[in-house]
Design a protein around this ligand. Structure first.
Ligand code: NAP
Length: 260
């Protein structure tokens, strides 16, 4: 039986990418619900600012998820603060778009270092702590609706999120006897520093409060997949179902390459 029902409370939770956007909003909401929340990002100043909101429940853990040494150090610090975790929310992420179908290897490596290998790094650190929890453990990965169907300029970002999603889907199977649940969250567009520079329309865009509410509702129910907003998720699913129409008629209209 699930420990968390409608609200997540009294749990030890580690959230990566908590210095801004979705992760910051989740951290604040979870601290308000009486959880102890270890908040990670590279920017110490932003995490200290977050801690000021609730110094007892919001505990900074500065680290770079793409850097092995930084993560080894974070692991030592986290284990000194707690011997178990009930939940990890793998939210740290970066987005870079491909221009003119130019496949720049350095850019792909930067994106995968955070969105894929960063998740592997954090999971390796979190898994033994999740196994020691009294409650049923929970791994939550923040993916993206961009993985439903091929989107223009998302070759690196979408591929990194698809790889992360597969990693978590596969881990769900291998953890089945460990009493650890795995949830993949696929948000649509959310107004955050990450999307602030987007120079294209963002259909059905949400704010961070709406996004955090959808995520918390889905993870409290321990759903395998949480997607929002529903209108964008259904639109993309229909595009994937009618992929001939999508790739020959609709997607080319979104591509910038043929407009050069
Ligand atoms: N916004 C959207 O529309 C949208 C849609 C779908 C999915 N998502 C996903 O949602 C997650 C949160 O994104 P957001 O929109 O809230 O963006 P954001 O405000 O830019 O937040 C990204 C977070 O990740 C952290 N981060 C980046 N690189 C890191 C690294 N190497 N090590 C540790 N932390 C790192 C950042 O902190 P520092 O820079 O201080 O390290 C920041 O806290 C991401 O995984 C993103 O892909 C967002």
């Amino acid at each position: 039986m699930s420990v968390f029902t409608t609200e997540i409370s009294g749990a030890n939770i580690w959230i990566t990418g908590a210095s801004s956007g979705i992760g910051r909003e989740l951290a604040i909401k979870l601290a308000q619900a009486d959880n102890t929340v270890f908040v990670s990002a590279r920017s110490r100043a932003a995490l200290d600012g977050l801690r000021a909101q609730d110094p007892q429940r919001l505990i900074p853990l500065v680290c770079d998820v793409g850097d092995r040494e930084s993560m080894a150090d974070a692991g030592r610090k986290l284990r000194a603060m707690t011997d178990s975790l009930d939940m990890v929310i793998l939210n740290a992420g970066t987005c870079e778009y491909v221009d003119n179908a130019d496949l720049d290897l350095d850019m792909f490596e930067r994106v995968f270092a955070v969105n894929f290998f960063g998740v592997v790094n954090c999971l390796a650190l979190a898994k033994p702590l999740l196994q020691r929890a009294q409650r049923r453990g929970h791994i939550v990965g923040i993916g993206s609706l961009s993985t439903v169907v091929g989107l223009p300029r998302a070759e690196a970002y979408g591929a990194s999120k698809a790889a992360m999603q597969y990693l978590l889907d596969s881990l769900r199977v291998d953890l089945i006897h460990e009493k650890i649940d795995v949830t993949v969250v696929r948000p649509g567009f959310v107004e955050t520093p990450m999307t602030a520079a987007n120079d294209f329309p963002m259909p059905f865009v949400m704010n961070t409060e709406q996004a955090a509410a959808s995520i918390l509702k889905g993870i409290a129910q321990r759903r395998r997949m949480v997607e929002f907003p529903r209108r964008l998720s259904w639109s993309l699913r229909i595009a994937a179902m009618w992929s001939g129409l999508w790739y020959s008629v609709m997607a080319p209209r979104l591509s910038r390459v043929n407009k050069l």
